[in-house]
Design a protein around this ligand. Sequence first.
Ligand SMILES: [Fe+2]
Length: 495
Amino acid sequence: MNQHVNLPPGLQFPEDIVFTGYAAPVRIEGEVHDLEVIGRIPPELEGIYIRNSADHAYPPLHGKDIFLNGDGMVHSVRMQNGHADLTMRYVRTRKFELERKARRALFGAYRNPFTDSPEVEGEDNNTANTSVLWHHGKLYALKESGRPYEIDPNDLTTRGQSDFGGQLTSRTFTAHPKIDPENGDCVAFAYNCEGVASDEIEVYVIDKEGQFKSTERFKAPYCSMVHDFMVSRNFIAFVICPMVCDWERVKRGEAYWHWDSHKLTHIAVIPRDQGVKAIRWYTAPRAVMQTHTFNAWDDGSRLVLDHFVTASGWLSQFPDIHDPHAHEMPPFGERWVVDLASAGSEVKIERFINHIGEMPVVDNRFSMRRTRHFWFGTNHPESWPMLPPGPKGPPFTCLGHFDEQTGKIELFYAGPDSSPEEPCFVPRSPDAEEGDGFLMTMVGRRAENRTDLVILDARNLAKGPLAVIKFPCRVHEGFHGIWVPGNALGSDRGF
Ligand SMILES: [Fe+2]
């Protein structure tokens, strides 16, 4: 309830689900040294957990907005000798700098330049708010609608937008690149390569020194949101889902994405040794949306895609073309098997994690081959109550661990009014067996308006936290994070 209706409008955020309560913008930058720690941070954890979030710096230009359009705010928790320090900093994107100078929002709706103020015509609207990448000794903040921003891993200050020394040809770069654990290559892609509504996709292989080994381009069947992709030892796979973008709709000022369930969901399979000239297309049995991916693996004749899939688009953010009242469906863990030997183009689907879930993670040292362990965010309403939905839908109350060898799913419940976010797996040591290590996650303490970082034994979630690192304040709910070991950062970073 707005208690200030009689006052003239000033700098004020809308009183809706995106901007109030636990989702309200935080906007605080700074450092907190020597956070409170309950329990003991495992001595093996020497390094930095870094994650990205969308935290609107200014009230939206047109009175409302979606949470995906917030400004990139990166948080890091540096752990050393059992101590933990928090840093939080906005990414100094071109958009952020222009709006900071104007002291108000200048850019309009998500990725729609036709809704921007005339004074920023032609300027880059990239918010750099989705994920972070550590590769070739550099840290980047990523958002799929623009180029990476390089960040200093020590203090999270922005070094500037990057095209990897002139090597990136696309105007965009994915927020979900994959690191090949065998040779350290970063396999990445870009969609909307030519900007708004472009159906061009580029695939990159970047070596561990940051040199592009290859750049290849292909056309998708239609322009769609390609948020994530999959890489096995021998193949790259894209799931093209009917979350479509149409230039005319964008020009009319409508949402950038719409769900079009009359279109098909396609799978592009690209042999890594031959590239896009050998691309093959397959068709899913129904129109569905891939949300995020665990991993892909192949055994020569079969390509297996393990990922979360929903029967609808992200309708809470982007409407259905055919039914504006359609409801968003929850994602489930599915295994899609592509028979590479058959002449057909169909895909076999099995629900291998029968839990609502999202934010999937594997032990990345074993990715691109068949993995045994799977972690994800989830709920279990039969045991623990759901939390009131936020702008992203119902928050997680649990993290899940599926051990495919035992067939068991084990859950960690975060407690009353508590919402874990994406888990991050950290191995106990570089040569520990698959799954032997720690799972860390930010946990929203919603009743206290505060955040914790919780550390669990990755193979024994039900045991509860090994350590809880308490923040004195709330940090905005985030998307994706990574662990950077101290020895990768080097002694000049104090490790
Ligand atoms: Fe994502």
